[in-house]
Design a protein around this ligand. Structure first.
Ligand code: ZN
Length: 149
């Protein structure tokens, strides 16, 4: 089995058995994301504890890449601080855009399965949907905090 096949297996496995699928009551971050090019939809729920992602879940429908990417994203950010999550978003985005990955691929775990997506420009938006939604959710949350301070 080649590396590409292995990566495809990882994506399909996450698609068939998504991690953290569902929703969270009274989340600190809740945001919808849509990729009109493919019809992918995602909704992310996050509960924070001392600036750390304590609970995370997603709901959604769409292509295998968008849903698998969301599943991987929830696994990767759980237990991470907001700052660490932001770094993961940046790493993932540059990887799928083919701009090279700023960190060791091994650190990315299942995220690395998406590196081949850069060869398929139309699928990049699918892979990025969950991550971009997360990014916007964090932005919304931190902006809100700035206002109340
Ligand atoms: Zn898609």
């Amino acid at each position: 089995m080649g590396l590409d096949d292995l990566y495809q297996e990882i994506i399909l496995e996450h698609y068939k058995q998504p991690r953290n699928k569902g929703h969270i009551e009274n989340p600190d971050i809740e945001l919808n994301g849509k990729n009109p090019f493919c019809g992918d939809e995602i909704k992310i729920f996050i509960k924070l504890k001392d600036n750390v992602v304590d609970q995370v879940a997603f709901e959604g429908s769409g292509c295998a890449i968008s849903q698998a990417s969301a599943s991987v994203m929830t696994e990767m950010i759980k237990g991470k601080t907001i700052e660490e999550a932001k770094k993961l978003i940046d790493s993932f985005a540059s990887m799928v855009k083919g701009e090279g990955c700023p960190v060791d691929l091994q650190e990315l775990d299942d995220m690395a399965a998406f590196q081949g997506i850069s060869e398929f420009p139309t699928r990049v938006k699918c892979a990025l949907l969950a991550w971009k939604t997360l990014e916007q959710g964090i932005k919304k949350k931190t902006e809100k905090k700035d206002h109340s301070d």
